[in-house]
Design a protein. Structure first.
Length: 565
């Protein structure tokens, strides 16, 4: 690979690498993720720096992974024998290619796709972009093989310009970002090992995951100083079953779930009020009753869960907020059921039954405490549910645990149990009231100002990367109390799913996203803009790397930028 790159311009290097990476089908949950990792490792091994330092290039296997996926690490030690270290990271998996339909055979062929879109009259704007020569097409071209290519080109650059690196550069390439983030989660232990053994002081991590226009006419390029987190708040709902001929005497679990969905789904009142940021409300990902086949019994069980982005709120804030919503929703359902039953009695003349319409609302933590107080061995129930549910989808297994606990309630009370299901992504953003974060923020702003003033770019700095990102796993800022609220309300924590929260908190690496730019990620029209992504972006990353390793918050005007550019 080195022989293919030497003599090429920066733009030519990155375009060549991007095409080579796209051509490797590295769809998530396929063996292609392992293949591309091995390719990248061999490419880096061809760089002269690593000929004499083979120990500074290594891989880390993902434990118990049936696909043989792995992380790849490459380390460059700079001129000052410093402990200061900047981490570059990029994910190397892509989403599937089913959206390409009849064109699946060229989904990984940028040149063939370019030829196709040059003649694509169904979308004149897209056709014009293809004809301009400024865009590269293909699955993963934007998300994010081009980002991996940028890091590879900069790795090569710094390996040949050690005098510009006042510290260390650690570059890692990770699989499985598109689903469970197993690559970056596994990398936590390796980052911690390096920190413990060699005393590396991780100043910042730089991710170059894709960025896109935020609206139709948006021409701005964005730099993000943090990443939104994610929770999957879930509701297990148990009602009161009855025959449809006596439907007014039951409590239909789907009525409760519908009320909850209506109050939570896309409700902007539930999200942080943060101006000038892209802040997404919770959205329902799953709503289903428990019936496997047709019968005339009303549904007595229902399950639903939501994608819930975390910005400034903690998991503790979210569960408290959603419990209040659930209580109000259940009160509304109780009133509706009671009123309907009252009308029925008036019309039928039937004597009033001694029925209660009350619906209990508990967090998982509260419900476990209630069962403990009754002398029930909660852990034994959980372990049995985990064994019984083996082979099911992870979210289904989380619900199976909660259902097994609910079945310990022999009073069969109508009840809503609120809990968290996998996965969880911590939120991460710079705290500008802290000195190190403040210096990093001002360094990022200095880079943006420099390129805006000198190259007439339109760059803006924002706090939260608007998509889910591996960057979330490099720092954790929750207090012990807030973290406890997450873990105690998480169904199957440790037995089904867990995060190395202590290690993540100990690392505490602030992560900046300086990303490649393009359009239509996860679509068959996916494309990356070459002038910005292959020329401007890699230089910005180099400049920011040098700036923060030198411990500066502002860019020297001379001669520093010229060395990098």
């Amino acid at each position: 690979m080195y022989n293919c790159l030497k003599g090429k311009s920066l733009r030519e290097q990155i375009e060549y690498l991007t095409k080579r990476l796209v051509e490797v089908p590295s769809v998530n949950r396929t063996e292609g993720e392992a293949v591309i990792a091995e390719e990248i490792k061999q490419w880096i091994a061809s760089f002269p720096y690593f000929h004499s330092r083979p120990g500074q290039l290594w891989e880390q296997a993902i434990r118990n992974d049936p696909l043989g996926r792995k992380n790849v690490f490459a380390l460059i030690e700079g001129k000052d024998h410093s402990s200061k270290t900047v981490v570059y990271h990029a994910h190397i998996d892509t989403v599937d290619i089913k959206d390409f339909g009849a064109m699946e055979d060229i989904a990984f062929n940028p040149d063939a796709l370019l030829d196709f879109f040059k003649g694509y009259q169904a979308d004149p704007k897209l056709q014009a972009e293809a004809q301009s020569g400024e865009w590269l097409f293909g699955r993963g071209a934007l998300d994010m093989q081009s980002g991996a290519a940028v890091h590879l080109a900069n790795l090569l650059y710094f390996s040949e310009h050690l005098d510009e690196l006042s510290g260390n550069l650690l570059v890692m390439f990770n699989p499985d970002e598109e689903t469970q983030h197993q690559g970056i989660i596994a990398a936590i232990s390796e980052l911690k090992r390096l920190q413990d053994e060699y005393g590396y002081d991780y100043i910042a991590a730089i991710n170059d995951d894709f960025t896109s226009p935020l609206h139709e006419n948006d021409q701005t390029r964005y730099i993000y100083t943090g990443a939104a987190g994610k929770l999957l708040p879930s509701f297990y709902i148990y009602g009161r079953e009855t025959h449809v001929g006596e439907t007014l005497k039951g409590i239909d679990a789907t009525l409760i779930s519908s009320e909850l969905n209506g109050r939570i789904n896309n409700n902007m009142a539930l999200v942080d009020n943060i101006r000038d940021e892209v802040i997404m409300p919770p959205s329902c990902l799953h709503q289903r009753d428990g019936k496997a086949a047709y019968n005339v019994q009303t549904p007595f069980k229902s399950c639903l869960y939501f994608n819930y982005f975390l910005y400034e709120d903690s998991p503790k804030d979210v569960i408290e907020k959603l419990k209040r919503v659930a209580i109000d929703a259940c009160l509304s359902v109780e009133e509706k059921l009671e009123q309907n039953y009252k009308v029925y009695l008036e019309r039928s003349g039937e004597p009033k039954s001694d029925l209660s319409w009350h619906i209990e609302v508990n967090t998982l933590e509260e419900y476990v405490d209630e069962l403990d107080a009754k002398g029930i061995n909660v852990q034994q129930v959980i372990e049995a549910a985990v064994r019984k549910s083996e082979g099911l989808e992870l979210r289904d297994r989380a619900f199976q645990i909660v259902e097994a606990l609910q079945q310990q309630d022999f009073e069969k009370k109508p009840r809503v149990i609120l809990f968290f299901a996998p996965p969880h992504l911590p939120h991460s953003y710079l705290r500008t009231d802290q000195e190190r974060d403040s210096l990093l923020y001002h360094a990022v702003q200095s880079i943006a100002d420099h390129f805006n003033n000198n190259l007439n770019d339109d760059l803006a700095v924002k706090r939260f990367f608007p998509f889910l990102s591996d960057s979330s796993y490099l720092a954790l800022y929750e207090t012990d109390e807030e973290l406890d609220a997450l873990i105690r309300n998480f169904s199957g924590w440790q037995s089904l799913y867990s995060l190395p929260v202590k290690e993540i908190r100990a690392l505490g690496i602030p992560s900046i996203n300086l990303g490649v730019y393009g359009k239509d990620a996860h679509k068959w029209t996916e494309r990356v803009h070459k002038p910005y992504s292959f020329e401007t972006l890699p230089r910005m990353i180099r400049m920011l790397t040098c700036l923060i390793l030198e411990g500066q918050a502002q860019l020297h005007q001379e001669p520093f930028p010229n060395k990098i550019i």
